[in-house]
Design a protein around this ligand. Structure first.
Ligand code: BES
Ligand code: ZN
Ligand code: ZN
Length: 464
């Protein structure tokens, strides 16, 4: 489907939004009422003779515009119209584009037959193309980068493994003019990334540390992004129960978000340097698997007692974070990870957990996330929870000794590997709930959501 910004267009059908209030004043109010339409959000009604698809909307807030547009496009895709029109303004163009692209997204790679959509063109009608075209183009780039992240998340663990993820990153680098450096097992051994190597030891695929960089000439800030790229998390010897293992292809969603962000930033040509680091590893079982009771010496030199091999993301992340901190002196360091089931317990499936030591930075991110239409909540650190990671035999334990506050103790584990000079520069995003869904909600269909991409693009746009 082609989305075009136009001054006027002849289309088969026009989408209009009505609130309960505007419905009463609408000239078709009577017939709409007869058809049972009461302007509920996500409800719609075709008025074929008038050439209209009338969609209900709670109010004209952008969050509702985005959702209503998503449900309109889903309805239209089931129809036989070839072209549709929708009036846009400077205020709502971004929400409309996101609703269309993200709400209309489908992942069909493994279906042998798919129905070709008849809808070919979506005309976004405005009075002044010039004043809207930049916002339009930016929204398309961000929404498509979100779909790019979704696509990788949705790909099976056979098709996306540490090796193919590295190849995909390399291709992205080539396409978008990014620098690319990939460390495989041999280099990771030289780098003493022993925690990351231990997690990947029982896999057919060697771990890969991927580093992509976008470095514009007049960069105002330098940002480091780190992504958890567990292409599959079986749990290791602390094996996951069968039902929890299903969906664990999504344990690479942090990596996908980071790749989506650097793709968008480079296409938006933002004046911000971005370094994306990904730890691509597979957590499996086998005679060579790392074990509960192992003590690992991480890249930083800190020793880690392993008490649960399913708490593997943090082991990968601390080696990547340590490497990233040495290689790049960044203004901010953001990591994205589907780190804990506990984060979903704490916040529900829709909300990203934000952790770190800098409240102002957390506030700034929350504002950007809100503007981008993503849900976030801050999970606060405290010294009591920190004590729960104490080990009797090593510097730190990879799990907490108490069953509560698991999202925060995972964040505190990462914090122990953040250098003193970077404490205020770092934030951790736990996207365990928000990155994947088996029940469609808002603009998200079944599968990966691309959580983190829109939020971070919004933030990076605001600091350049
Ligand atoms: N990848 C999981 C976290 C996860 C769970 C993400 C559910 C998305 C949905 C992570 O590696 C994990 O297994 N964490 C354990 C930690 C525990 C062993 C301390 C968890 O959350 O149970
Ligand atoms: Zn795990
Ligand atoms: Zn995991």
């Amino acid at each position: 489907m082609k989305i075009e910004l136009v001054q006027e267009a002849k289309s088969d059908i026009e989408i209009v939004f009505l609130t309960k209030n505007t419905l009463t004043k609408n000239k078709h109010a009577k017939i709409l009422k007869k058809a049972g339409f009461s302007a509920e959000q996500e409800s719609s009604c075709f008025l074929y003779e008038k050439g209209l698809l009338v969609c209900g909307i709670e109010d004209t807030h952008n969050d509702n515009i985005r959702t209503a547009t998503a449900s309109a496009i889903k309805t239209l895709k089931k129809s036989n119209f070839k072209s549709a029109a929708l009036h846009v303004t400077k205020g709502n163009i971004k929400a409309v584009v996101e609703g269309l692209i993200l709400g209309g997204y489908e992942y069909n790679r493994y279906k042998s037959e798919t129905k070709k959509p008849t809808l070919k063109t979506l005309n976004l009608v405005c009075s002044n193309i010039k004043s809207l075209s930049k916002d339009f183009e930016e929204a398309v780039i961000v929404a498509e980068a979100t779909c790019f992240a979704r696509d990788i998340v949705n790909t099976t663990p056979e098709d996306i493994n540490p090796q193919t993820l590295a190849k995909l990153a390399k291709d992205l680098a080539k396409e978008n003019n990014l620098t690319c450096n990939i460390l495989k097992e041999k280099e990771l051994k030289q780098e003493k990334c022993n925690a990351m190597l231990a997690v990947g030891r029982a896999s057919r695929y060697e771990p890969h540390l991927i580093h992509l960089a976008y470095q514009p000439k007049k960069a105002k800030k330098t940002i480091t992004l780190v992504g958890k790229g567990l292409t599959y998390d079986a749990g290791g010897l602390s094996l996951k129960p069968a039902t929890s293992m299903v969906t664990m292809k999504m344990d690479k969603a942090g990596a996908c978000a980071v790749l989506g962000i650097i793709k968008a930033v480079s296409e938006l040509k933002l004046d911000v340097a971005v370094h994306a680091f990904v730890g691509a590893v597979e957590n499996m079982i086998g005679g060579d698997a790392y074990k509960p009771d192992d003590v690992l010496t991480s890249r930083s030199g800190k020793t880690i007692e392993v008490r649960n091999t399913d708490a593997e993301g943090r082991l990968v992340l601390v080696d990547v974070l340590d490497y990233a901190q040495e290689k790049v002196q960044a203004d901010y360091i953001f990591d994205f990870a589907t780190l804990t089931g506990a984060c979903m317990v704490a916040l529900g499936q829709y909300t990203t957990g934000v952790m770190g030591n800098n409240s102002r930075l957390k506030h700034a991110i929350a504002k950007a996330a809100g503007n981008a239409g993503e849900l976030t909540a801050s999970l606060p650190f405290n010294k009591h929870l920190k004590k729960q990671l104490k080990s009797e035999i090593a510097d730190i334990c990879n799990i907490s000794n108490k069953p509560f506050g698991g999202a925060i103790t995972a964040g505190l584990f990462l914090d122990a590997f953040i250098k003193e000079r970077n404490k205020d520069k770092w934030l951790h995003f736990d996207i365990a709930g928000s990155a994947y869904t088996e029940t469609p909600w808002d603009i998200n269909g079944y599968g990966g959501t691309g959580a983190g991409v829109r939020m971070m693009c919004e933030y990076l746009k605001s600091i350049q």
